[in-house]
Design a protein around this ligand. Structure first.
Ligand SMILES: Cc1cc2nc3c(=O)[nH]c(=O)nc-3n(C[C@H](O)[C@H](O)[C@H](O)COP(=O)(O)OP(=O)(O)OC[C@H]3O[C@@H](n4cnc5c(N)ncnc54)[C@H](O)[C@@H]3O)c2cc1C
Ligand code: SF4
Length: 324
């Protein structure tokens, strides 16, 4: 592991101005559960690591008139244990509880979880210089691609690893970003970018920008949410496929529904066509599986990840049926 300096900024403004000066290779650290792994594995070589935990008052969950505001340093465990989240956003509660292990949830933050880097084993191998690291090839295309994307791949087939991201997107969350020119807020769905836009990064953050807060609209009366995750192992694991579903079921039918998949695409994957197909109709296995099959027309499996198509059908069906 290389030597690096630790900076302990006291305000977000200090972070944005230091980052935009960019005299040295600066990296942001929240809980460090992902960042330190990348440094240890020599994927990145920072000169300075900026410890966001030295900034006060960035950990909170507050219900206000417009919605619930979550500070970027709130840990995944705090999110999972919060009574308001459990009651109003059960899908987010389930997603938070499904993340990693209790130890990692105690340290990992919501901001770090949303900005964590991909788990593709070629990316995580310091010896391999694939497209994401500035090389000219994606080694997953003809290599080991069992855990890779079936939607939205093309130049790079990573899957977005966060469990919180699909759940928060299904709830129409927004993300607030501090920049050297002031703060901006965008929908979390628009925060993530596909590899074809810029294969080197996974979101819209520019140098000098820091995530500050997540906002969830107030839950409407009768609205329910859920998160269904399939892992390869019984213990801790990333999703090989998951579905976050939010909606209202009335008279046995889906009055309203939003479906976002995890573990199958480089970004949390919204299924608008499937949503339209089931909206206003009676909830049934046949309807949901038909909608999933329609959505799967956009899937492009590689040599080893075709099994994910069946998992997509299963997660949509199980998550959506549990709303009723
Ligand atoms: C063994 C293991 C199993 C895991 N299993 C799961 C799982 O099942 N599901 C899941 O969702 N995740 C899983 N994770 C990922 C884990 O949840 C993340 O490592 C954690 O949430 C990251 O949070 P952190 O605060 O430690 O982030 P850090 O490691 O500090 O940061 C992660 C990345 O985000 C950037 N970053 C951090 N904060 C900000 C900010 N405010 N603004 C901009 N960029 C920022 C950092 O620069 C870094 O690139 C697992 C991780 C490990 C090591
Ligand atoms: S999927 Fe992306 S990160 Fe993995 S080898 Fe291909 S280009 Fe690299």
């Amino acid at each position: 592991m290389i030597n690096f300096k630790i900076a302990e900024p006291q305000t977000i403004d200090q972070v944005t101005s230091l980052l935009s000066e960019k005299k040295e290779k600066y990296y942001l650290m929240a809980g460090g559960t992902d960042l330190l792994g990348e440094i240890k594995d020599e994927i990145i070589e920072p000169e300075v690591v900026m410890d966001l935990k030295s900034i006060p008052n960035l950990s909170y969950i507050k219900k206000e008139r417009e919605g619930v505001r979550i500070g970027v340093l709130t840990t995944v465990a705090e999110l999972a244990d919060n009574p308001l989240i459990k009651q109003d956003y059960p899908g987010l509660h389930e997603a938070a509880l499904s993340v990693a292990t209790p130890q990692l949830r105690n340290v990992g933050t919501i901001g770090g979880n949303l900005c964590q880097r991909p788990r593709c084993w070629y990316y995580r191998d310091a010896q391999v210089v694939c497209r994401k690291k500035g090389g000219s090839r994606c080694y997953a295309t003809r290599g080991k691609n069992k855990y890779h994307a079936i939607f939205g791949g093309g130049v790079c087939h990573i899957v977005h690893p966060s469990d919180l991201a699909p759940a928060l997107i299904s709830l129409d969350s927004e993300i607030s970003i501090s920049t050297p020119k002031g703060d901006k807020t965008v929908s979390l769905a628009d925060f993530y970018t596909l590899p074809r836009e810029n294969v080197r990064k996974e979101n819209i953050l520019n140098p000098g920008e820091v995530v500050r807060e997540i906002k969830i609209p107030l839950a409407k009366s009768g609205e329910k949410s859920t998160y269904y995750k399939i892992k390869e192992r019984g213990g801790w694991d990333f999703a090989i496929a998951s579905a976050a579903v939010k909606g209202t079921v009335s008279g046995g039918g889906f009055k309203d529904i939003k479906i976002v998949l995890g573990g199958v695409a480089p970004v949390p994957w919204r299924l608008e066509k499937a949503e339209k197909q089931v909206k206003g109709k009676k909830a049934s296995e046949k309807l949901l599986k038909q909608a999933a099959r329609e959505a799967l027309k956009d899937a492009r499996a590689m040599t080893e990840n075709g099994y994910k198509k069946e998992l997509v059908e299963a997660v949509i069906y199980r998550a959506a049926m549990s709303l009723g």
